[in-house]
Each structure stands twice: as structure tokens, then as C-alpha cells.
Design a protein around this ligand. Structure first.
Ligand code: SF4
Length: 53
């Protein structure tokens, strides 16, 4: 089970500023556009919520 999730998406409300870490209790990662992923670029974080930037 992942405990430290690194993430560079600073526009997400769950992203911990300046640490490139996710502060969410859990995340849900899905296939990009409902196509089975064959590399990491074809996955998406569905837990993303936009931060007030
Ligand atoms: S919820 Fe997803 S996009 Fe947002 S910080 Fe966590 S891993 Fe990154």
C-alpha cells in the first residue's frame, strides 16, 4: 500500500505546496480516456480537485 505519494500537480487542492507530495487519504487512479494503459502517461488521477490558485 502506498503511503508516500509523490505528485507534481501543484494545481490540485490535495498537493502539499513545495513538497511535490499528495496529502489525500487515498487516491483513485484510472485509465486515461477509458483505454487500458500501456504506460504511465495513459493513467490519470481521478481524485484531482482544482485548487484556488
Ligand atoms: S489527488 Fe492526485 S493530482 Fe491531487 S495531489 Fe494527489 S495524486 Fe496529485
Amino acid at each position: 500500500m502506498a503511503q508516500d505519494i509523490l505528485c507534481e500537480v501543484s494545481s490540485c487542492v490535495h498537493n502539499i505546496s513545495n513538497e511535490n507530495k499528495c496529502g489525500a487519504t487515498q487516491i483513485y487512479v484510472v485509465n486515461h480516456r477509458d483505454k487500458n494503459a500501456s504506460n504511465s502517461g495513459e493513467t490519470d488521477c481521478k481524485t484531482f480537485e482544482p485548487a484556488d490558485l
